[in-house]
Design a protein around this ligand. Sequence first.
Ligand code: ADP
Length: 193
Amino acid sequence: MYLGLSGGIGCGKSTVAKMLFDLGAVVIDADAIAKEVLEPGQIGYENVIHKFGDGVLDTSGNIDRKKLAELVFQDAGQLSQLEEIVHPAVVARVAQIRESLPNTTTVVYDTPLLVEKQLQNQFDSVLMVFADLDIRKQRLVDRGLEMADIEARLANQVSDEQRAAVADFVIVNNGSLQELRDNVTKVWQQLSA
Ligand code: ADP
């Protein structure tokens, strides 16, 4: 079983991923993989230096992600060149991880960009986490984010309707963590049925 997991920022997606892990899933964190493929020795690292030059390295020889981000976000062409490096490297790494697992394993692919990147068809099922906007904002404030940063991030999100349209399972996370855990367990049981 290959489950896509997504949701808007602050909805509780990472918390759900952790709960699925506790239930026995293998969780692949898409953001972590995208970072990993740019580490020295990984294929993305060489390709980034080849394309963008060693000006994107920090003094220890690692890719300085902030410098790289500044470079590509000013220029859509450069951004798509970076994506052409990172995307196939992530796909290859994920395939490698999945191949290393018995096919009875439930693998959860945790990505904030499932809808944006239209990944839904890759999965057997998609689980989407939702929460009301006010609750999401409050959770992010509690997590230590600045309101201006929160508003900026929220402004870049796809709509709940777009998210719901690709979901096989929906969890609304407006209640307690125990309620969330109960709902995650229900989905888990349906996945295992
Ligand atoms: P996301 O990954 O969707 O951005 P997180 O899972 O990191 O969201 O959740 C955002 C914050 O809200 C975290 O600090 C998390 O512990 C907290 N949180 C999530 N769900 C609940 C809940 N049902 N009750 C209380 N706090 C929650």
